[in-house]
Ligand binder design. Structure first.
Ligand code: HEC
Length: 98
């Protein structure tokens, strides 16, 4: 009875794999508060001359900062944090993931 057991194992693996990623702002908040918040004054995100004027730019800034800090975040992590910041501060539309 080797085959059924293998099939069962395969099914378990499929269930353990993360589903197609939908950005998770709750997780983004944790990552942000853990790694970024201490340095940022929240006002940075309200600046009149904010460099962030699009979703692409927000993703880019988050990616730049995590690289700066050598965090090795995956694209999903960057998207989670960006979607948290977007909900909290920026309110950009057309993110394609909300
Ligand atoms: C060393 C302190 C420091 C750390 C750590 C830091 N930041 Fe920043 N961040 C800044 C400063 C200062 C600015 C504004 C400077 C500028 O205009 O480039 C900024 C700007 C930004 C902006 C653009 C704000 C805007 O609207 O113009 C984003 C987004 C951002 N940071 C995200 C992050 C994320 C995500 C992390 C954690 C991975 C992080 N930062 C960690 C200091 C920091």
């Amino acid at each position: 009875m080797k085959t059924p057991r293998l099939a069962a194992a395969a099914i378990i693996v499929v269930f353990l794999m993360p589903a197609a990623h939908a950005a998770n702002p709750m997780r983004g908040q944790l990552l942000y508060e853990n790694w970024c918040y201490h340095c940022h004054l929240t006002e940075i995100h309200f600046r009149v001359d904010s460099k962030v004027d699009s979703w692409g730019k927000l993703l880019q800034m988050v990616a730049v900062w995590q690289a700066e800090m050598n965090l090795g975040w995956k694209p999903e992590d960057v998207a989670d944090v960006a979607s948290y910041l977007n909900r909290r501060y920026y309110g950009l539309v057309g993110t394609g993931i909300e």
